[in-house]
Write a protein that binds this ligand. Structure first.
Ligand code: 8GT
Ligand code: MN
Length: 610
């Protein structure tokens, strides 16, 4: 709303929240004490009622039923919230482990076990499709026990049924092992639309017409939700994609990435009919990929993906590359030397093993082992950067190995926001008036992130040009002195913008760090997390936000689209016309799309990667 805009016109360029209501803004200020003017989606979760997480077992569902069920979930994610506390809030999961409720048409244990491990099944409510249909009719989640799909799990299903604790509902069963916060106090902004994940979108939602563009050539023309109706197929193909990456076959990997992108934006369940009528017409789906899709339609998995998953080589290479500092080439070298497990790597680097070989090192042991390693933090003990450019301070492989278990733990949204608040608090001390947006997977709606990415700039368009250079290093040094940043993996200086330079991600100032929140009453033990801080001049802010919001494939196609269709160059630093190097200075995120002649795609629909 206009009254909450910052007065000067340069700063208003940061204000994606021009539609944002006063109360939200106040809350945000209180929380971060920093003008996070551009943070648009992240405020929602603190007071959001959590949606019910639903996983659909596709086996035995015909295409119409599957589409019907996905539509129910989509419908209730979109329309959920508001002041109606009876509303059903649903969220589709791609992994059964993440779900509260599993919907299936399979009624026999033996058959069901082919799709979900029994151990996992016992911890969920396993219901028939009618639970979803009837809950939809009732406008609230009905007791799962009445809809148990498997006679063996009737009791568990009743017991594991999450209670949405909506005061208006007369839910016959309680108490719940999964208490959820009531939604009574929440007054949603009238414009707020929910993404398919139940996360409030305060940026403009993607226009409905874009959802029909699934046949378009570039991913930036299509809407790609985080979880799609053909997620199982996308996951299978992503195993093959990963395999090609690990083997250094980047061209083949890219072909799979493109196929996955198409599947991510295809809105119906793929069956032999829809495959024939729709997908065979797409030139970007090669014959090999088509065969794999047919295999999936036929048997619910892709043979080669399953064989790859089971192969020792794939397992070791995936494991090795999950360590920070090890890429596919190094991983293949280790494999060639006969190494297969993390224990092999630990012996090679002389790292003391975990006290309990069955479990990861506890946090205090991690800290102890790190102390014993020759760690290059990137800073002197006084907190002075050792070198300007990243290389010298890059994290060594042994540190990556020791941190692996902790860095593998995914970060829930609330903790992402907590880290953002801590970083911004320090930044405000150092330099008032900064603006920021949490980007990366968080901004695309991922419930759990692998790391935290924050793009930072200054609200004063003119003074920002002088304020931003060097600020990255100053902030990182301060965070390091305070023990919040424990390691620096990369700290890059500011480069002048070189409009036509190719082959680089970007030349923004950034610090790729390992971060640890201070202990709190509720969380006395904290673990290491990855945090990337990216600093952009005011004129680069929106391209940086788009660039770092991902997903990777969305970015790739954005660059390709700009180059091939518009004669422009897009990267996180800016938008330039190729023939005369004219630079555009977009003042909003939407303007970047407009300049590029693209429909607006909101961040939750940029999940082109599986
Ligand atoms: P995740 O962190 O939950 O795994 O998911 P993510 O947030 O999508 O992945 P990320 O690896 O943290 O990268 C965030 C986005 O930043 C990527 O989608 C990519 O498009 C963009 N990006 C840049 N520059 C760089 C860079 O130098 N390194 C990386 N890793 N990503 C970059 O614009
Ligand atoms: Mn990230």
């Amino acid at each position: 709303m206009p009254s909450s805009r910052r007065p000067a016109s340069p700063s208003s360029s940061y204000d994606t929240e021009r539609d944002s209501p006063g109360p939200n803004r106040k809350r945000r200020r209180l929380r971060s004490n920093t003008p996070t003017g551009s943070q648009s989606e992240d405020d929602s979760s603190a007071e959001e009622p959590k949606p019910l997480k639903v996983y659909i077992v596709q086996a035995k569902l015909d295409a119409d039923t599957a589409t019907e069920l996905y539509n129910i979930i989509e419908g209730f994610a979109f329309k959920g919230g508001g002041s109606d506390e009876r509303t059903l809030q649903l969220q589709l999961c791609s992994e059964v482990e993440d779900a509260d409720v599993v919907v299936t048409a399979v009624r026999m244990r033996r058959r069901f076990e082919r799709h979900v491990e029994w151990k996992t099944a016992k911890q969920k409510a396993i219901v028939t499709p009618n639970w979803l249909r009837d809950s939809k009719k009732a406008g609230r989640p009905l007791p799962c026990g009445d809809y148990a799909a498997l006679p063996e799990l009737e009791e568990e299903t009743a017991e594991n049924c999450p209670d949405q604790e909506c005061p208006g509902c007369d839910t016959p069963h309680s108490p719940s092992r999964n208490p959820r916060s009531p939604s009574t106090n929440r007054s949603d902004p009238p414009f707020a639309v929910r993404s398919s994940l139940g996360i409030a979108l305060t940026v403009k939602p993607t226009n409905a017409a874009v959802f029909n563009n699934w046949g378009a050539k570039y991913a930036v023309q299509r809407a790609s939700p985080l979880v799609c109706p053909n997620q199982g197929l996308a996951n299978e193909l992503s195993i093959l994609c990963r395999d090609r990456e690990l083997e250094g076959l980047s061209k083949n990997a890219l072909a799979y990435e493109r196929a996955i992108g198409i599947i991510k934006s295809y809105p119906k369940v793929i069956t032999s009919d829809t495959f024939k009528s729709d997908l065979t017409k797409l030139p970007s789906l090669g014959a090999k990929t088509q065969t794999k899709i047919l295999e999936y339609i036929d048997q619910g998995h892709v043979n080669e993906a399953q064989a790859t998953l089971a192969s020792e080589r794939y397992q070791s290479l995936s494991l090795f590359t999950s360590i920070y500092g090890i890429g596919p080439t190094k991983a293949r070298q280790f494999y060639g030397m006969g190494m297969r497990t993390i224990a092999d790597l630990e012996r090679y680097y002389d790292i003391p093993p975990s006290p309990d070989p069955e479990r990861p090192r506890p946090p205090e042991v991690v800290t102890e082992v790190l102390k014993g390693l020759d760690v290059v933090s990137g800073f002197t003990p006084n907190g002075k950067p050792i070198r300007d450019e990243g290389r010298a301070s890059e994290l060594s492989v042994p540190v990556g190995i020791v941190l692996k278990d902790e860095l593998d733990v995914r970060i829930p949204r609330a903790e992402v926001e907590e880290m953002r608040d801590v970083v911004l608090h320090e930044l405000e001390e150092l330099q008032p008036g900064c603006v920021s947006t949490i980007v990366g997977g968080y901004r695309r709606g991922k419930p759990m992130s692998n790391d935290v990415d924050i793009v930072i700039s200054h609200s004063d368009y003119t003074k920002g040009k002088d304020i931003i250079p060097g600020l990255c290093k100053r902030l990182t040094a301060q965070l390091y002195r305070k023990g919040l940043v424990t390691h620096i993996m990369h700290l890059s200086g500011f480069h002048a913008h070189n409009a036509l330079r190719e082959e680089h991600w970007d030349s923004l100032e950034k610090a790729l760090t390992v971060f640890k929140l201070p202990p709190s009453e509720n969380n006395p033990v904290r673990i290491h997390r990855r945090v990337d801080l990216i600093f952009a001049l005011p004129e680069s802010y929106w391209t940086a936000v788009i660039g770092w919001s991902g997903s990777k494939m969305f970015q790739r196609d954005l660059r390709l689209w700009a180059k091939q269709e518009k004669g422009m160059k897009f990267d996180s630093v800016g938008l330039t016309r190729r023939h005369d190097s004219k630079r555009f200075l977009p003042k909003t995120e939407e303007e970047v799309f407009q300049i590029l002649g693209l429909p607006w795609i909101d961040p939750t629909m940029r999940n082109v990667d599986a």
